[in-house]
Design a protein around this ligand. Structure first.
Ligand SMILES: NC(=O)c1ccc[n+]([C@@H]2O[C@H](COP(=O)([O-])OP(=O)(O)OC[C@H]3O[C@@H](n4cnc5c(N)ncnc54)[C@H](OP(=O)(O)O)[C@@H]3O)[C@@H](O)[C@H]2O)c1
Length: 230
């Protein structure tokens, strides 16, 4: 499959690395492919360095502009940009390059401008709903935003089976993401369908609790298991 990722930092490189490892052709998009990212967890290599390292492993990987990455993503485009800037990043990726495609959104609308802890920039109307409204010709599928990047691609590193959520208006797009990406590429075995894209509201607002749990547990390696009566 040809997959374009809008964004080039921790999440983009983690998802892109796993997708390339299992045989997909991945292009990472960045405003500056030569620039490394300084994060709270350390330095993340530039998109150029990431792609070169992937190719040394025999994988099909490139770095490019947002627009070129979106154009490359014939089968899937992933939004892995800072949530408060996702709409402008996707505009830069180009409406035509996104039209008719599945747009998997893993972002969170976190506002880091006032320092830690991050605030939720807006709620009740989710970022994914705003993206779907801004790009009506794309099939937005919200998923994976509730776990840290490493767990997104390797849920087995947590003891026991945990849940990942999915939401989106287009049933076929959602089913494709669940099968090809979540189950086959990443190994998720429990996927909770929250219905149409308005279901993204809950998983984005969950970030407030995620941040509290991160502090309380002292690790980012944790996740949900829903226990419901039959
Ligand atoms: N880190 C995690 O474990 C994790 C877990 C769950 C969800 N998420 C969500 O996934 C998304 C990506 O997270 P991340 O940790 O990889 O990195 P991030 O720092 O949240 O986002 C990095 C990306 O955002 C783009 N960006 C930043 N400002 C921009 C602007 N003004 N215009 C256009 N693009 C801009 C950058 O593009 P350039 O490459 O051009 O600099 C960069 O590639 C976020 O929404 C985050 O909340 C992260």
């Amino acid at each position: 499959m040809d997959i374009g990722i809008i964004g080039s930092s921790t999440v983009a490189q983690t998802l892109g690395g796993k997708l390339a490892e299992v045989g997909h052709a991945v292009t990472l998009g960045s405003r500056d492919t030569t620039r490394a990212h300084e994060t709270g967890w350390g330095t993340v290599p530039s998109a150029d360095d990431w792609a070169a390292a992937q190719r040394r492993e025999g994988r099909e990987a490139r770095s490019a502009s947002f627009a070129e990455a979106a154009a490359h993503g014939v089968d899937l485009v992933i939004n892995a940009t800072e949530g408060v800037h996702s709409l402008e990043a996707l505009e830069a990726a180009g409406r035509d390059n996104l039209a008719g495609k599945i747009l998997m959104d893993v972002s969170n609308p976190l506002d880091l401008s006032q320092g830690p802890p991050p605030r939720i920039a807006f709620c009740n109307e989710s970022l994914a709903v705003r993206i779907q409204a801004a790009f009506p010709e794309s099939h937005v599928v919200k998923t994976l935003n509730t776990v840290t990047a490493g767990v997104m691609v390797d849920p087995g590193q947590l003891p026991g089976e945990t849940d990942v959520f999915i939401a989106g208006n287009d049933a076929d797009a959602k089913a494709w993401v669940e099968r090809v990406i979540l189950r086959e590429a990443f190994g998720w075995t429990s996927v909770v369908d929250l219905g149409d894209i308005t279901g993204a509201r809950g998983v984005e607002m969950y970030l407030a609790l995620w941040l509290e749990l991160f502090g309380a547990k002292g690790t980012h390696l944790f996740n949900f298991k829903i226990v419901a009566a039959q």
